[in-house]
Design a protein around this ligand. Structure first.
Ligand code: AMP
Ligand code: ZN
Length: 112
């Protein structure tokens, strides 16, 4: 399968890793939208949040357990935002589930 984030997880494409465990991988976004902007992805390919099922939900739970650790490590002591874009209307450009974590400044109230 031709998937950018699977290639990043494998190390075939370089990334700035900020966290890794058995189930998830986190790296800095190449085009940051805030002073701190990283992506957290499951190592096992899931296309988007629309493909989360009872069978793969544990990997998503592990991602959410990792996010506070990574946020603390990167100095996000005053809050942050977690976003996942889904499909065409959600403007998802990479078809491997990823959670954007943004912070380091006060973010706009508007989410859409
Ligand atoms: P989305 O539009 O929600 O699918 O987000 C995809 C994100 O991946 C964007 O914020 C891109 O800046 C980011 N991105 C694309 N290619 C890379 C890469 N090689 N390394 C790090 N982030 C990337
Ligand atoms: Zn993938």
């Amino acid at each position: 399968m031709d998937c950018l984030f699977c290639a990043i997880i494998k190390g075939d494409i370089p990334s700035k890793k900020v966290y890794e465990d058995g189930d998830c991988y986190a790296f800095l976004d190449i085009n940051p939208q805030a002073p701190v902007h990283f992506l957290v992805v499951p190592k096992a390919h899931i296309g988007s949040a629309d493909e989360i099922t009872e069978d793969n939900a544990a990997a998503v739970a592990r991602i959410f357990a990792a996010i506070p650790k990574i946020a603390a490590q990167l100095g996000l002591t005053n809050g942050y935002r977690v976003i996942t874009n889904v499909g065409e209307d959600g403007c998802q450009s990479v078809k491997h589930l990823h959670f954007h974590v943004l912070g380091g400044r006060k973010l706009p109230e508007s989410m859409a």
